[in-house]
Design a protein around this ligand. Structure first.
Ligand code: NAP
Length: 486
């Protein structure tokens, strides 16, 4: 047990957030922790997503830890494999393998007598005084229940489970969905396939990305002057987060309309008026997470590409049958149909004090205290928990704010000053009441607005206020809001 901390810590997941917590613990001199990771390597979402066209639509110099700049970006928007390489580099640099137990998928964690008892699929057991969830948000594929999907004689897979054994070059490929993922896949596949059919249920607002390639010499300069990449990170953060920091409140008409005009101008690059009309959303800009792409509209105008807007009736052995009776014959179906974004820690069976399970605690919808903790679940903390500001921001920046908050709590527990703590019900209810009221003022809750930001009950599950307000509440824990046992 490390001298500086009298408590044992377990981190769930070795993705971006889990690695961040580990690095912060090491920086604080805390070494008695394990990261339990279900897969056999680190990287989380960047390990799992390998689809053609994969990139991050947050600029690459910004999409890094603030303390570990990345001079290796090949483009303004770093490609998926470069981002995964970055995380593996950081993982090795901080020697996180010393703390990581791969192949340990957590099935359950229950709190009894002041200790978290954790069981993994291998049957192994862990005990921890502090349990930190860093399982990510967009992790569990949403595979739609399309009738006949099993009967398809080609190959169908979800975008996050890309089957690289199946050739796509020269094939007829269907992509279902029009979110950020589908837009990237269409752009990445269009030059490789014989036919590309995009099945669109809802058109999307797409902004130009203004992507650009970085030269070898510019990368070399950044490698030699590390302070420069850090400077770029901070400037990108100022500009990018500055633009988005005010949030998507309905009163921000000028902000929203300026973006809409930019998206409309981009849409005008579609020359065929009929196709342009079919690609035009019928809802306000900002209602869904906006999409950045320079290539999507160009890809949609290639002779091998077809936009299908008739509803999918069923999947047949030869392809996709739409409501107009057409059978779209294809070899491969890509389900770019998003994720179960409201899972959070689930399906891990979490049991707090008095045998209350997370399912019971969330029976009326997800509810957390300031995104990081849950009443009745002592010494359990989350990164990117319910209502985190995860829209178009850099998730790394958000995770760093949450981690800085958690480190202050963890230090108190480690020092022995606090044995355990969980947020009070009253403080959590007050906060959630304010949250629900503020949610009503966001554009995401406009009538008819549909996105993964909204749960099945119609509640907003992301941060409704400005990023500045989030930074404020993450500055310092309000211990009066917690039940504390010493
Ligand atoms: P998504 O935004 O949830 O989009 C899913 C798409 O699938 C939607 O177009 C949806 O249509 C469609 N869909 C779902 N079920 C369907 C069904 N049964 N039949 C027909 N269409 C169906 O998912 P995503 O594109 O994977 O993106 C999710 C999030 O991942 C993004 O918002 C972003 O946060 C993150 N992401 C980030 C990047 C990045 O560059 N940073 C890249 C990719 C993804 P409706 O709109 O009609 O529901």
């Amino acid at each position: 047990m490390s001298a500086i901390c009298k408590r044992k810590i377990v981190i769930m997941g070795a993705g971006m957030s889990g690695m961040l917590v580990a690095i912060r613990l090491l920086a604080a001199g805390i070494t008695d922790f394990d990261i339990l990771e279900k897969a056999d390597s680190a990287g989380g979402t960047w390990r799992e997503n390998t689809y053609p066209g994969l990139a991050c639509d947050v600029p690459g110099y910004l999409y890094t830890y603030s303390f570990e700049p990345n001079p290796e970006c090949s483009h303004r928007y770093a490609r998926g494999d470069e981002i995964q390489a970055y995380f593996l580099r950081v993982f090795n640099q901080y020697q996180l393998h010393r703390h990581t137990r791969f192949g340990q998928e957590i099935l359950s964690a229950s709190h009894a007598d002041g200790v978290w008892n954790i069981t993994t699929r291998t049957g192994a057991q862990w005990q921890a005084d502090i349990l930190i969830s860093a399982v990510g948000v967009l992790h569990h594929p949403n595979v739609p229940d399309l009738p006949g999907l099993d009967s398809f004689q080609g190959t169908a897979f979800h975008s996050a489970r890309w089957n690289h054994a199946v050739p796509v070059d020269g094939k007829r490929v269907a992509v279902i969905g029009t979110g950020s993922t589908a837009v990237q896949i269409v752009s990445g596949l269009v030059d490789r396939v014989a036919e590309l059919k995009l099945f669109q249920r809802t058109a999307q607002w797409v902004l130009p990305a203004f992507d650009t390639e970085y030269s070898d010499w510019s990368k070399e300069i950044l490698r030699r002057i590390p302070g420069l990449t850090k400077w770029l990170h901070n400037r990108y953060s100022d500009v990018y987060h500055g633009i988005l920091s005010g949030g998507f409140g309905r009163e921000r008409v000028l902000f929203i309309n300026a973006f809409r005009m930019m998206a409309e101008r981009h849409l005008n690059s579609v020359r065929d008026p009929k196709l342009r009309r079919r690609l035009t959303p019928d809802y306000r800009f900002g209602c869904k997470r906006f999409i950045l792409s320079d290539r999507f509209y160009e890809a949609m105008q290639q002779p091998q590409t077809q936009l299908v807007t008739d509803g999918i009736e069923r999947i047949e052995p030869g392809g996709i049958r739409t409501s107009d009776g057409t059978l779209h014959e294809v070899d491969v179906i890509v389900l770019a149909t998003g994720f179960k974004a409201q899972n959070y820690v689930r399906p891990i069976q979490l049991t707090g004090t008095n045998g209350i399970t997370l399912e019971q605690a969330w029976a009326d919808g997800v509810k957390a205290y300031k995104t990081v903790a849950i009443p009745g679940f002592p010494n359990f903390f989350m990164l990117q928990g319910p209502h985190s500001p995860i829209g178009n921001f850099s998730l790394i920046k958000i995770a760093e704010m949450q981690c800085d908050y958690l480190m202050q709590v963890i230090q108190r527990i480690c020092s022995g000053d606090i044995r355990e703590l969980a947020p009070k019900n009253a403080a959590t209810d007050d906060y959630n009441r304010e949250l629900r009221a503020a949610a009503q003022n966001t554009i995401w809750m406009d009538p008819g607005c549909q996105s993964w930001y909204i749960d099945t009950r119609g509640n907003l599950t992301i941060w409704p206020w400005s990023i500045g307000r989030f930074a404020d509440i993450m500055k310092e824990p309000q211990l009066a809001d917690y039940e504390i046992a010493r």
